[in-house]
Design a protein. Structure first.
Length: 116
């Protein structure tokens, strides 16, 4: 099982980044997928979640209207489009796959830094 995040980097306030999560080794289309983030000295927090079929999404209040989560079950990929970024978006971003209460997998994370 692998979840590999990519697309992180340095972006200026107000800018945009697109994160991707490539999944392999499990039945991707059966899993709800989510993005979490962890800033230095803070607990890991849920950013956005998308249901297995892709129809239902939810966002943390802090990112609603700025971030968009999506997935492509044919390609086993999930993305997070991040617009109008703020310094407080700086964190390591992780993707997570969840199958009910049965199983969960984490990626290794990708660093996003929002700074001028």
């Amino acid at each position: 099982v692998q979840l590999v995040e990519s697309g992180g980097g340095l972006v200026q306030p107000g800018g945009s980044l697109r994160l991707s999560c490539a999944a392999s080794g499990f039945n991707f289309s059966s899993y709800d997928m989510s993005w979490y983030r962890q800033a230095p000295g803070k607990e890991r927090e849920l950013v956005a979640v998308i249901a297995s079929a892709g129809g239902n999404t939810n966002y943390a209040a802090s990112v609603k209207g700025r971030f968009t989560i999506s997935r492509n079950n044919a390609d086993n990929m999930m993305s997070l489009q991040m617009n109008s970024q703020k310094p407080e978006d700086t964190a390591v971003y992780y993707c997570r796959a969840v199958l009910g209460r049965i199983r969960a997998y984490w990626g290794q994370g990708t660093q996003v830094t929002v700074s001028s």
